[in-house]
Design a protein around this ligand. Structure first.
Ligand code: ADP
Length: 250
């Protein structure tokens, strides 16, 4: 669908312009272990978003002076490919990408057991191939799977999802048009087993009650995404088990 302005984003029956209910996520596809040359990787499609996440490490730190004696250095690079948005984007990291790299790294800090690997680094790379709103959250969801795929010990998976306000309604999983034409966007990253929020931002205007409702709605979305993450991880290990069985039979 073109990103041209849509007059009405929510109809009288509470159905959004893309056919979703107010509290409905976009269709999500998750795949684990999609890249041969990273230690861990994952791919996510969430609506029209298409995002790859790769993890390297724990490995020796370069440059060496950044190494920390008591824990691993967690680093993150969020990047949007030039072709990921309607008008070609410069490949150079923008201020927005630098900010997102920082908040995404911070979203993982409470989860990763960095203290297990002193003097090493763990690098998370998120490459947005196609963007349609909510890429920081979808990137976190994929990066969490890539960390698990790399065998990095974590206190919990991190699941992420945004809620927002569009035409006076609180909605789950804000798409690009809703983000641009809506009143507010609240991205949340959440560790479902620990019931802990690791990223919380807000863009726009909400009352304090609406803000609380938006957080709760986003957390509900994160819980649904967590189930999909677990399924995607299991699917990868079923594949590995079957491949081993076939090898043994040959
Ligand atoms: P998020 O993707 O996490 O929602 P933003 O709220 O900053 O982050 O961006 C919302 C959406 O705006 C993005 O998902 C993308 O579709 C679009 N967007 C971001 N940067 C650009 C850009 N440089 N050019 C065109 N569209 C962009």
């Amino acid at each position: 669908m073109s990103k041209k302005k849509v007059k009405k984003l929510i109809n009288g029956k509470g159905i959004r312009y893309d056919g979703r209910k107010l509290n409905e996520l976009r269709p999500i596809k998750l795949e684990v272990g999609v890249l041969d040359n990273a230690d861990g990787s994952a791919y996510i499609e969430q609506g029209k978003n298409k995002i790859l996440a790769a993890v390297y490490g724990p490995k020796e730190v370069h440059p060496k002076h950044l190494a920390m004696p008591d824990r691993s250095l967690l680093r993150c690079r969020y990047h949007m490919a030039p072709f990921s948005v309607e008008e070609r984007k410069s490949p150079a990291p923008s201020r927005r990408e630098k900010e997102l790299s920082k908040v995404i790294r911070e979203a993982f800090e409470p989860s990763v057991f960095t203290e297990y690997y002193p003097r090493t680094s763990i690098d998370i790379v998120i490459e947005v191939l196609q963007a349609d709103g909510g890429t920081r959250c979808a990137g976190i969801t994929a990066a969490s799977l890539a960390l698990a795929d790399a065998g990095i010990p974590m206190r919990d998976l991190v699941s992420a999802c945004a809620a927002g306000k569009v035409e006076g309604h609180l909605v789950l999983d804000v798409a690009d048009l809703e983000d641009k034409q809506g009143e507010a966007d609240v991205p949340v990253a959440y560790m479902p087993n620990l019931n802990a929020i690791t990223l919380l931002q807000m863009d726009g205007m909400l009352t304090s009650e609406e803000f609380e409702q938006a957080i709760n709605l986003a957390v509900e979305g994160c819980k649904q995404i967590y189930q999909l993450q677990k399924e995607a991880l299991k699917a990868k290990y079923v594949e590995v088990k079957e491949a081993k069985k076939e090898d043994a039979e040959q």
